[in-house]
Design a protein around this ligand. Structure first.
Ligand code: 2DT
Ligand code: MG
Length: 212
């Protein structure tokens, strides 16, 4: 069909601790790809707009209390509710830059003490990213950057645990970017990696699923 003959978009995930520069870099990457002629959308998880997302948002801002497993499954459901749209966008040629994904889901919940395999289970079968850009910064350095907000998880000791779990999740789709460099240096590195990946996807790299 005409739709399947169209080059597909790439699924690019950006991960890292709070204050690692994810949101800034995602926005810059989006304009770069658009101006290079690649249709691109910027997504983020949690997507706080959906009804599940509103429950997550209330939890993060301490307006509600939820058991650790319950909130874990809500974060996961929030990805599942966007998964068909995600697949459709990619297959019709849109590249998606996604600010946090399943790796945040597993790293943050594991840092609270839930088993890593238990945390991964509800993520199995979601689309796997073509590339994960990990913005690498120490929790101490991140905290120096103007400090954290007052949402849950925004504390140095907790962020240190999260960063340890991120390390155990690394695989060959990950590219570690030194987020301690200047904004421009980080931006340049990301552009290089992503352009290559967008080309690979347009040339037929197939989509795969987490966590297989
Ligand atoms: P932001 O600060 O990026 O809005 O994230 N989190 C996120 C989880 O615990 N599980 C998940 O699946 C995701 C996507 C990370 C809000 C916080 O939510 C955490 C920080
Ligand atoms: Mg935050």
């Amino acid at each position: 069909s005409e739709a399947s003959a169209k080059p597909r978009g790439a699924l690019i995930v950006v991960e890292g601790l709070d204050r690692s520069g994810k949101s800034t870099q995602c926005a810059k990457l989006r304009s770069f790809l658009e101006s290079s002629g690649h249709p691109t959308e910027l997504w983020r998880f949690p997507d706080r707009e959906t009804s599940v997302g509103q429950m997550i948002s209330a939890y993060l801002s301490n307006k509600s209390q939820l058991d650790d497993r319950t909130i874990h499954l809500l974060f996961s459901a929030n990805r599942w509710e966007k998964s068909s749209l995600m697949e459709e966008k990619l297959k019709t040629g849109t590249t998606l830059i996604v600010d946090r994904y399943s790796y945040s889901g597993v790293a943050f919940s594991s840092a609270k003490g839930l088993g890593i395999e238990w945390c991964k289970a509800p993520e199995v079968g979601l689309l796997a990213p073509d590339s994960v850009l990990y913005l690498d910064i120490s929790p101490e350095r991140a905290a120096e950057r103007g400090g954290y907000g007052d949402e849950r998880y925004e504390r140095v000791d907790f962020q240190r645990k999260v960063s340890e779990f991120y390390q155990t999740l690394r695989d060959s789709s990950w590219k570690i970017i030194d987020a301690g460099e200047t904004m421009e240096e980080v931006e340049k590195k990301i552009q290089q990696v992503v352009l290559d990946k967008v080309k690979e996807c347009a040339q037929g790299k197939s989509l795969s699923l987490l966590w297989s």
